[in-house]
Unconditional design. Sequence first.
Length: 755
Amino acid sequence: MNGDWVQMGAADVVVLSLAYVLGLLLTKVPYGGYGVLGLGVGCALSVKCVWRSAPRPPIWLIAGLLGLLANVYFQCRIPAPTATDISYLIPPASTPKQEWVVIGEVDSVPQQTRSQKAQIWLDVKQVNSVTGEVQYINEKPPTGNLYLTTPLLQATGLYPGQIIKVTGSLYRPQPATNPGGFDFREYLRQEDCFAGMNGQQVEIVQSRSRWGWWQVRQRIVRSQIRWLDSPAGPLVSAMVLGNRGVDLPFDLKDQFMRVGLAHALAASGFQSSLILGVVLALTGRLAAKVRFVVGVMALLVFVGLTGVQPAVLRAAVMGFGGLVALLLERKVKPLGALLVTGVLLLLLNPLWIWNLGFQLSFLATLGLMVTVPSLTERLDWLPSAIAPLISVPIAAYLWTLPLQLAAFGVLSPYSIPVNLITTPLISILSIGGMVSALAALIWAPGGSALAWLLKYPAQMLIFVVDRFSQLPGNAYAIGTISALTAIVLYSLLALAWLHPWWRRRWWLPLLVGLGLVVIPVWQAQNDLFRITLLASPKQPVMVIQDRGTTALINSGDTATVSAAVLPFLQKAGVNEIQWAIAPSLQPNIQEGWHTIAAHLPIKRLQTVGEATTLRSLPTMPSQSLTVGQSTLIGSSQFKLVSADPLVAELHLRNQIWTWLGSLSPDQQSTLHQTNTLTATQVLWWSGKRLLPEIVATLRPDVAIAATSPHPETEAQLRQLGSQIYAIDRDGALQWTPSDGFKTTLDSRENAPTAL
């Protein structure tokens, strides 16, 4: 009888825990909390009919109410600026930029960004105008966190605790302006930050030191880099401390991500397991209480060095649970420990439910718990030491793949073999890096000497990753899958785990899952016709997807390619550019094309002008596009009307799109006099002033400006009844024959239009 009550109690806890998690997951669904409440009521009324040993009806009612409260709790914990936050000083985007002088306390060690700047978190103390006038909000000094970027030299030598004075411009972080792009505003909001600053000059007001784990971390990193140099030194440090506290070269970091080894650079359960394993092995002859204390201290040091991150806390809490079980001489139920850990962390911060690192960490751990035993059993024909090495990466890959497809839309075909090959190297570097770190805290030269012993394993790991990252198809883009598809895929994995019939026929859910991913992607690629004008700050960029054929008009510079073009193509499932047109080949634009070609093959490139060549990419077939020449792109057509100034016509599904480059008034007058331009359905131009006669000749139904259009031109277009879009205001613009125009950002001035 007591056993039944214990079992019922465990079932009750599971139901309540899952209800809380479900309530958080449904925060992105309108009235999702009430949905959980309704589900709880429904289960209370009917679940006993199909599940006799199910929890009692009151438990289901409490679970439904708990899910509703979790939904409300999530909304209450969403960060919001205080009444005196510095973001309230930032003027509207339409006003000219203003310089400010911000005085604040450095709250983090400077780290390098992809744009070769230094990024610092600043705790605001005072804000002045450039004239020296002190600014106030509601009669109080501004406060809050500030995301500061400065030139690298300006940030040299800064450390937490210093008071600095920064001169530069403030801005409000923007949401994702391209489909599937990086949401900078949401990223900063998760850090309780609502303003950014482009700093130009930094002056130290007060040099004071504030003790923190950053000092320990810097001592370890400097010791390991001293004799290992770069990139081996930063790699070893990142494998011990996580890449958030180490300036690992971005090209190496990208290579690890492409081959499916990003987890090796993130502090997680692997490192905590190694730490506990070593500690328990070294203290094997000591009393249980002593082993418990030493283990807890090791976990606290691990969390302190790596930082309070969801994945790190998950590993530490589960490690603590294992130590408690060891102290009490009781067995740990892994699934129960994972569920309790998740609920505890989500009680601490419910916003972590949407943290990708948190999600991947739990899914990978769940996969290891439920799938590795069955995989190892099926691999019993292999030596007992090798079978787990194969089953572990397969299980982690299977349970994280649906989420990765939903978030990134990319497959890493070589992930499993790369993990198999590199696991011994990663283990050696992780254990050796931890020993080196401990020695560096005692005597820095000793830590450097021990780190030097890891030189060849680190170089070998970099070599393996580099070779696999250069193989064709190392990151195959299939496009992002829907949340519903991801849920179905996880349901199939759960069936293969829970139901013996499906477990014996594991190949059946595998085939169904492949079909759910491959068939819709194949069908969408072959039926899709879509025009995308990307939100690129400096150069206009157009992507044409026409039934499996992809064309790219303009590339932009390297920054535009990395931030806008490549991420969009990846999440759109583009693995090859069949046609590319380069209207300009200035040196920075050539670098942009070079960056694209390093990631995606370009079958054919056409340049504008007879004397233009693409010298930086001699292996790419290219030819010049002359005035009056037309090029077929699938069912579409690109016609160069004028090379200087740039004017082109695109015939897209029985429509004429006219693209005007940056034209001077004299060039516009010449075009008008020569009758070069004709009426068009869609006008795409820079946004600068157009002569009234040019607008009257074109008479577009839709006008798309790269930047906010000139007021006179905008007024004339509105008189003609044209629908006006501004990419810098509306974000990227997409057009399909069925849905018309859709903007990435919400704009009250425009509504989607079908032509």
